[in-house]
Every structure is written in structure tokens, then in C-alpha cells.
Design a protein around this ligand. Structure first.
Ligand SMILES: Nc1nc2c(c(=O)[nH]1)N[C@H]1C(S)=C(S)[C@@H](COP(=O)(O)O)O[C@H]1N2
Ligand SMILES: [Mo]
Length: 563
């Protein structure tokens, strides 16, 4: 007798018909079979993506397509709920859906091998389509999904087969009958073949549980190995090494020196520092895998309404004699009242206006369509690009090359405009165009075409509802009005008078300004409200607006408790 027969458990009753519990067990195992099959399919796909490139991975490609296709309210809900973990949530969600689909496919395959194969193929097709139709996608990007589907089919069939082996009862040969034993062996082979082809009569079949679990274990092992190897291979595309080898050019126009004591956070615990460390800098983008651009392969192309457009390599930009260094606060339009989607850095780059002029930008252009390596389009006002002081093509952030997540090697910055209409990361092309001629990614989704940063103020400390000891306590926070500067910040305690806070030393108008107001708190609960006034006299409005379509407004008001 073969091992198969020894391990086979009859799922049939004495009359040869499957028992109800046998059927249930088989269906359960069939559902279970889908999971290792899906795992090894994804593993194989990751392995192939290790050759083609990380963004061809079906999970990444499908996730990316979901980001592009989901309605704007859902996206806003995701950002509001998961914050900067929105992408993790998306990947986990995708994997959960894949697992559910795999369980269903396993059960389908038990009934019909052909349907199981078709279901797996459909799954591969979705991945392949998503990968190929990405803005930066090509035909080769289908490979990981196809490889995954092929491996998935093989694994699924191999896992379902042991669930429908011939029942030993029907084939048991009497001891000593050599001829019957041989005939029996032939029948087993035939049955397996029929099983593999999906033509077996599975009504009377038994189960080979041991083979099922051994196969399952082997498939899971293969999934882990291929997935792990794929991930390792994908590191080849990582450009952090090449980034580390770069040295920023010294600016011919350094950032203005900061006055002594410029950063109030050194004295006020809980206050946002004047400069945000690169690792703490807020991040908002649609990229599931961060674009990896080799500095040696980078170029910035100008096209469209230019008289003499040309291309720039990274050395072209680094070697210019007009390299500037500027302190600028960048803000996201999705920032809510009291929100933290803003950060400040010292940026190195070249003046955007100079670059546009020397290529002969034409007077008719009112929109710059900025394209990133991953196919994002950001529409910036041509006029702002030309006229806003310190608008730049940036390649340095806080003295280092741009971090990969923040646009390495090159991004755009225009002080005073929200990031979604100015700050294109992984910038590879600037097309001088018009608002009429082209709708960019966000305007297709009904966000405003033009969006100057709104006057804003925030309380960093005390923290809402976290108890702090009564006595003299600093109320402190930040306020910004890029390009104009902050003239005044006032705080109101409960329904009292507006009281003026002390501002951090005056620096560049494009930077946020810290403010602090010491106050003697008696034990109790207080409502604190903050408002700012810009240097041009505008007082922050208390009229509430949501971030959509051109930025939030309204005053932050928080409840604090002294004990
Ligand atoms: N290529 C690309 N650039 C982009 C985005 C994006 O999704 N893709 N998001 C924009 C938005 S909405 C903002 S607020 C800023 C954020 O830049 P940061 O992640 O460096 O803070 O980048 C902008 N540039
Ligand atoms: Mo943003």
C-alpha cells in the first residue's frame, strides 16, 4: 500500500456517499487551501517585482489604482481616520480582501478546477491591468501579476487534489492478490489524473489529509522564501545609497542668519520646534511605493510654452551659480483647524523664476503642469512661480539631499501656496500650459485650481484634556501666513478679552512663527481660543470651513484642565 492510502481518511459512509461531516470538512479544507495558494502567488509576484521594479507588485499596483479611483470623500475619510497611516491601512485592507477571495476560490476549485483556474487568472488580470496602466507603467509591469497567477493556479490545484483522492474502501485489494493490487495502483493514477483535470467523480472520493497539510506547508514555505527574496531583490532599486553619496553644493545665497533665541521651543516644553527634523517632516502623497530615482539617471525636462526649452541633469542644477538656501514652511491643504500637516525646513535649490525665464517662458502660460516620476500632475500658478520670492526647484532639505519620501532628488516649492498646487515631489517635467488646456490630478477631483495658504494659528501646549499642574504655565503654539508674515497672535481664555502673546524673533515671512503666553492657572477647566493677524492686517476668521476645496479656516478652541 502507498502512503497516500494509509493516510487517506474516508469521507464517505458505508454506501460510498460522502458523509455530511466529511463534506463539511472537505469544504473547510478547500477554503483553507486558498490561503497558502494566495500567499505563494503574492510571493512569486514579489519575486518577479524584484526583477521588474517595486511598483509592478500587484498589491502596490492595485492599491495605487484604488487611491486614484476612490471618490474624494472616501479619500478624505481615510486621511482623517488613518492620518499618515492611510497607506498601511490600504495595504492591510487589500490583503484582507485577497484572503477572502482566496478562501472563496479554494471552495470554488473543489467543485470545479476550471472555475478555480479562471478565478485565479481573473485575479492576475486585475493586478496586471493595474500595474500596466499606472502613469509610469509599461508592458513588463504585467509580469509579476502573471507569474503570481500561474504559480497560484499550480498551488491551488496541488492543494485541492488531496481533498478528492479515491476512497480507500473502494480500492482496497485483498491481501495476496497481486493482480488486483496492480490494477488498484493504475486506478489510483488514473483517478489522480482525472482529479487534476477536474473530471473525477468526486462524490465518492476520500481525503488525503496528510498530503494536504504537507503540500500546504511546502506552499507556505515557498511563499515565505519567494516573498522574502522578492523584497530583498527590490532593494536593488533603493536609491538611499546613491543619495548618501551626494554632496549638496554650497549656496551662493545662504539663508539669512537667525537671531539669537530664534527657537522658543528651547525654552517652552511642548512647543513645535522652529525647524522640523527631516524624519519628523509631515508627508502627504499618493505614492504607495516611494519613487526611487537614481541621481545619475535624473533629468528635469521643460516643455510646452517655452521659447527655448531644455533639460537639466542633477549636475546641471547643482553646478549653477545661483544656488539659494531658504527657510520655508510647507503646508497641506488637508490640514484641519488645529492640525499638524505643516512643517518647516531649510531648503537648498535654484530659483524657479530664473529657470523659467532663461528658457523663455511665454506670456500666455498661466499654469505649470508639474509631473513626477510616478505620474502625479500638480498644477502651479505660472505667475506665482515667476513672482513669488524664493519659489524654487529644491534638492536639499535641512542640509541633506531631499529625503526619498520628500521628493528625492528634486521637488518644487512655492512659498504661500498649499503643497498640492506647488510642491511637486520627484519632479521630472515642467510643462508651461494653461488652466484651460489641462486639468491636473487634484482639479480633476474638484479641489481648487489655485489655493493660497490660509492664515492659521494653533495651540501646541497645554494639550486638550490632559491634566497639568495649576500655576504659571506657558500657553504656546505656532502661527503662519507664508509670504506675508505674522504680526500678532492673541489668546482668549473662556470668554475673557483677547490677550496678545509674545512672538518668536522675527525671521523670514515664509516661516511659521512661534508664540507664547504665560498664564497663572487656578485649578479648573478652561476654554482656550487662538487667533492670528497677518502682517497685512488680515485677522484670522472664525468662520469655519472644511479643507475641501481650498483649505480649512476657523479658530482653534480647546478645553484644558489644570489640577
Ligand atoms: N509627486 C507628488 N508630489 C506631491 C504630492 C503627491 O502626491 N505626489 N502631494 C502634494 C501634497 S498634497 C503636499 S501637501 C506636499 C507634501 O510634501 P511632503 O510630503 O514633503 O510634506 O507634496 C505635494 N507633492
Ligand atoms: Mo497636501
Amino acid at each position: 500500500m502507498t502512503t497516500t492510502e494509509q493516510a487517506a481518511t474516508p469521507a464517505t459512509g458505508p454506501d460510498g456517499a460522502p458523509t455530511p461531516s466529511g463534506r463539511r470538512r472537505r469544504r473547510l479544507l478547500a477554503g483553507l487551501a486558498g490561503l497558502p495558494a494566495a500567499a505563494v502567488a503574492l510571493g512569486a509576484a514579489e519575486l518577479a517585482a524584484g526583477l521588474v521594479g517595486p511598483s509592478s507588485s500587484p498589491v502596490v499596483a492595485v492599491g495605487g489604482t484604488v487611491i486614484t479611483l476612490v471618490p474624494e470623500p472616501v479619500k478624505q475619510f481615510a486621511i482623517a481616520t488613518f492620518g499618515e497611516h492611510d497607506k498601511t491601512a490600504l495595504v492591510v485592507g487589500t490583503l484582507v480582501l485577497v484572503a477572502l477571495y482566496a478562501v472563496v476560490l479554494g471552495r470554488v476549485a473543489l467543485r470545479s478546477r476550471r472555475a478555480g483556474v479562471a478565478g485565479t487568472a481573473a485575479f492576475g488580470l486585475v493586478g496586471a491591468l493595474a500595474a500596466v496602466t499606472r502613469p509610469a507603467g509599461g508592458p513588463l509591469d504585467a509580469l509579476p501579476s502573471v507569474a503570481g497567477a500561474v504559480v497560484g493556479v499550480v498551488a491551488l490545484l496541488a492543494l485541492v487534489a488531496p481533498l478528492t483522492v479515491p476512497a480507500p474502501a473502494r480500492h482496497a485489494a485483498p491481501p495476496g492478490d497481486g493482480g488486483a493490487a496492480r490494477r488498484h495502483a493504475d486506478e489510483v493514477v488514473l483517478d489522480r489524473l482525472r482529479g487534476a483535470l477536474g473530471t473525477a467523480d468526486r462524490k465518492g472520493a476520500g481525503m488525503d489529509r496528510r498530503r494536504f497539510f504537507v503540500t500546504g506547508g511546502a506552499v507556505l514555505g515557498a511563499a515565505a522564501v519567494s516573498g522574502g527574496a522578492g523584497r530583498l531583490l527590490q532593494r536593488r532599486f533603493d536609491v538611499s545609497g546613491a543619495r548618501g553619496d551626494l554632496t549638496l553644493p554650497p549656496p551662493s545665497s545662504p539663508a539669512p542668519a537667525l537671531p539669537a533665541g530664534a527657537d522658543l521651543a528651547e525654552r517652552v516644553p511642548g512647543l513645535t520646534p522652529l525647524f522640523t527634523a527631516n524624519r519628523d517632516f509631515y508627508r502627504v502623497d499618493t505614492a504607495l511605493t516611494v519613487p526611487q530615482i537614481r541621481p545619475s539617471e535624473y533629468s528635469l525636462t521643460l516643455r510646452g510654452m517655452f521659447d527655448a526649452p531644455c533639460r537639466y541633469t542633477l549636475p546641471d542644477l547643482f553646478d549653477r551659480d545661483d544656488v539659494i538656501e531658504r527657510d520655508i514652511t510647507l503646508t497641506c491643504v488637508s490640514n484641519e483647524v488645529g492640525g499638524t500637516l505643516a512643517s518647516t525646513a531649510r531648503w537648498t535649490g535654484v530659483p524657479l523664476g530664473a529657470l523659467l525665464r532663461e528658457n523663455g517662458i511665454q506670456a500666455g502660460s498661466d499654469q505649470l503642469v508639474c509631473r513626477s516620476q510616478d505620474g502625479m500632475t500638480i498644477g502651479a500658478s505660472t505667475r506665482a512661480a515667476l513672482e513669488v520670492e524664493d519659489a524654487m526647484i529644491a534638492f536639499g532639505q535641512n542640509g541633506e539631499p531631499l529625503p526619498v519620501e520628500h521628493g528625492f532628488p528634486v521637488r518644487m516649492l512655492i512659498p504661500g501656496l498649499y503643497g498640492y498646487v506647488s510642491a511637486c515631489k520627484w519632479l521630472t517635467e515642467i510643462e508651461a500650459s494653461t488652466y484651460d488646456a489641462f486639468d491636473v490630478y487634484w482639479t480633476q477631483r474638484d479641489w481648487a485650481r489655485q489655493a493660497p495658504v490660509k492664515l492659521f494659528s494653533r495651540i501646541d501646549t497645554p494639550v486638550p484634556l490632559r491634566r497639568f499642574p495649576a500655576g504659571r504655565t506657558a500657553i504656546a503654539g505656532v502661527a503662519w501666513a507664508q509670504t506675508r508674515g505674522i504680526a500678532r497672535v492673541e489668546v482668549r481664555i473662556d470668554d475673557g478679552e483677547w490677550r496678545e502673546a509674545q512672538l518668536s524673533p522675527r525671521v523670514d515671512a515664509d516661516l511659521w512663527r512661534q508664540w507664547v503666553l504665560p498664564h497663572d492657572f487656578a485649578p479648573g477647566a478652561y476654554q482656550l481660543t487662538v487667533r492670528a493677524t497677518a502682517a497685512d492686517g488680515e485677522v484670522q476668521t472664525e468662520e469655519r470651513a472644511a479643507p475641501f476645496p481650498d483649505g480649512a479656516s476657523g479658530l482653534q478652541s480647546i478645553r484644558v484642565i489644570a489640577t
